[in-house]
Ligand binder design. Structure first.
Ligand code: PLP
Length: 355
């Protein structure tokens, strides 16, 4: 992309932690690079883009994000290609989605230039933190929160946008067992389910904890009104291969529009696969599993790309799906996406952003 007009002030650390960085022992989201990007919004405009050493922040106890929850985030990844290039997968999609989340949460929209140039400059400065083992990547976490310091309930007039980098290993190490959630709700029509906002995650923690206690790794959310239709799988979009067709819920106000979802649907169509974006009833899924018409089920999202679902439990009844070794599409598309993101195959769709 073009040269930036954004004037980012840079203050480098004098105490790099790089010497203690062990890229062979990475969990997800535990390690952070030396620097972070910050920009502020006040008096109607974004200003002061800067990169400073990663560290704690001071905050007023009256900060309105703490009290009323105006907080949104994004998640994407950078990879080190064989030739040394740093590659980021479709960051323009994340920039746009963050703007959509901001509108829904009544927050100032971060300009695409701040988003993209912030990521680019930060990755350049912390390039040595990008892991290059086969299963690891640099997880990029852009986020924005309200920064007014008053207690009245109203949209904040000031905001902060930040980006932090977390060199990370794999998200799920094994196939996942999921439970179809029929009691609790992640999102309802007209709510904030389509925004990547902290509130959605807060609402999901308790039901997810109960599912863990019952021996499941994740939930499959159903619609908030009747709990009859499949929505998402935890923090990933849900997909299944049913009768040879790729089925997934359509994008509505209760579904987070995943970049991985969009990418996989595009690739599937290019590969000549029939793609059905339509509501899938729990009863339909159950009948299809009873009749062995589900060949594959999986969650899709940036963290894991594809997480194979081994078991689906519906109202206490467990269904075991064909093993991942017998899955054609999800195994192939996972490898394809991985190769694409790491620059091992040609980027025919212009999805790869070179830092
Ligand atoms: C982030 C997220 C996804 C996946 O989106 P990607 O852009 O593919 O990472 C799916 N569902 C929810 C609820 C999410 O928050």
């Amino acid at each position: 992309m073009s040269n930036s007009s954004l004037d980012i002030q840079i203050q480098k650390t004098t105490n790099s932690r790089l010497k203690d960085f062990d890229q062979n022992n990475l969990k997800f989201g535990h390690t952070f690079s030396d620097h972070m990007f910050i920009a502020d919004f006040s008096e109607g405009k974004w200003h002061s883009p800067r990169i400073v050493p990663f560290g704690d922040m001071l905050m007023s106890p009256a900060n309105s994000m703490i009290h009323y929850g105006q907080s949104i985030f994004e998640g994407l990844k950078a990879f080190k290609a064989q030739n040394g290039d740093t590659l980021v997968f479709r960051p323009d999609m994340n920039a746009k989605r963050m703007q959509l989340s901001a509108r829904r949460m009544c927050m100032a929209e971060v300009p695409t230039e701040y988003f993209i140039e912030g990521i680019r400059e930060l990755l350049r400065i912390d390039e040595q933190w990008i892991p290059d083992t086969p299963s690891s990547s640099m997880y990029i976490r852009p986020f924005e929160f309200a920064s007014d310091n008053f207690l009245g309930v109203h949209p904040s007039d000031s905001y902060r946008f930040m980006i932090i980098l977390s060199p990370s290993g794999t998200y799920y190490r094994k196939d996942v067992k999921v439970k179809v959630e029929r009691e609790f709700t992640r999102a309802t029509k007209g709510g904030v389910g389509e925004a990547k906002t902290a509130a959605n995650y807060a609402a999901s923690l308790y039901p997810t904890k109960l599912a863990h206690e019952q021996g499941f790794d994740q939930l499959i959310w159903t619609d908030g009104k009747e709990h009859k239709f499949i929505e998402e799988s935890g923090t990933m979009n849900f997909m299944a291969i049913m009768d040879g067709k790729l089925v997934t819920s359509p994008l509505t106000s209760t579904i987070l529009a995943g970049v991985t979802r969009d990418s996989i649907l595009n690739i599937a169509r290019d590969w000549g696969m029939q793609v059905d974006e339509r509501p899938v009833a729990v009863s339909e899924l159950k009948a299809a599993m009873q009749e062995n018409r589900i060949q594959e089920a999986f969650g899709v999202g940036t963290a894991a790309t594809v997480a194979h679902i081994s078991d689906i439990s519906i109202d206490g009844e467990n269904f075991t799906l064909p093993g991942a070794e017998n899955r054609e599409f999800s195994v192939k598309v996972k490898k394809y996406m991985d190769d694409l993101k790491r620059g091992r195959i040609e980027d025919e769709r212009n999805w790869i952003f070179k830092v």
